[in-house]
Ligand binder design. Sequence first.
Ligand SMILES: *Cc1c(COP(=O)(O)O)cnc(C)c1O
Length: 356
Amino acid sequence: MKKHNFYAGPSILPQFTIENTAKAVQDLNGIGLSIMEISHRSKEFQAVIDEAQDLFKELLNIPEGYSVLFMGGGASTQFAMIPFNFFNKKAAYLNTGAWAKKAIKEAKFFGEVDVVATSEDKTFNYIPKGYTVPEDADYFHITTNNTIYGTEIREDLEVGVPLIADMSSDIFSRTLDVSKYTVIYGGAQKNLGPAGVTFVIIKNDALGKVDRPIPTMLNYQTHIDKGSMFNTPPCLPIYASLMTLRWIKENGGVAAMQKRAEQKANLLYSEIERNKCFKGTVTDPADRSFMNICFVMNDGFEDYEKDFMELATSQGMIGIKGHRSVGGFRASTYNALPIESVEALIEVMQEFEKKH
Ligand SMILES: *Cc1c(COP(=O)(O)O)cnc(C)c1O
């Protein structure tokens, strides 16, 4: 039976990425060697990382004066690297979920953290609004897409201080004005590639403004100076990510990804609203994520959660269990998920409704 992959991360990748990466694992471009067994200093790998950087810049329209880095450590290492490189006296953070909290925890090792607003009072089911970011903050950190709770900031915020964004789970899903950001970072394993590589888009002239000594590997300048090759980068995940970048380009670029994401999300949110058995967990439509769509059993149907899960699983739905802190269901609709998978999930929801 056809599997419909709704995992939140690691998650579905384009078939193009998987097939071409599999080929390169056997033999990279006919050179008789695997992508896994060539030096990262070889001209073949240099071409891979150069093209990946160029496609990042092209697809996201990244202005002059920014660098694109590929490193290890996951988004979670960035939670510490950000304050190491940017924290002087005080930093501002928006607390929109578990990942934001983890970022805040790391920043607190460096001094005063101003959490300007939080949605923790309602299990992070909305994006706080109407807060002010203190003018004397060194930077303001946001999580644009809250993978666990299904909320998303889908606009480029205007704040008076450097804006830093964790875009692990919505990068390449909408067009961006990168010039509004000082740093954009994320783990690849949601919308780009396999786990193991972390991307960082960073404004070069924002660095060098802290006095503390920074360990070499945690200093962004090290990686900028060495073109992400100070140490051995995660070569295979970078190669696979390059395949996804080519796939995005061939399929109309980020604007086309955004259109598909909107289509898929609108279909599923409408069904959740229409279907008597389910309800969405994010009440304000403006806050709803286009990447992670969370829903629970409607009032009166709470006892049927297991039944729906069984039915959905029997019809090939994979990874729709909600995060343990929210419960219910979460359908992740990343770029690579075909619209047919969303339609298949909706069919199961309708079949379930008929039975009850
Ligand atoms: C998954 C995720 C992370 C954690 O990424 P790692 O690469 O596992 O460290 C951080 N932020 C967000 C928004 C995520 O979705």
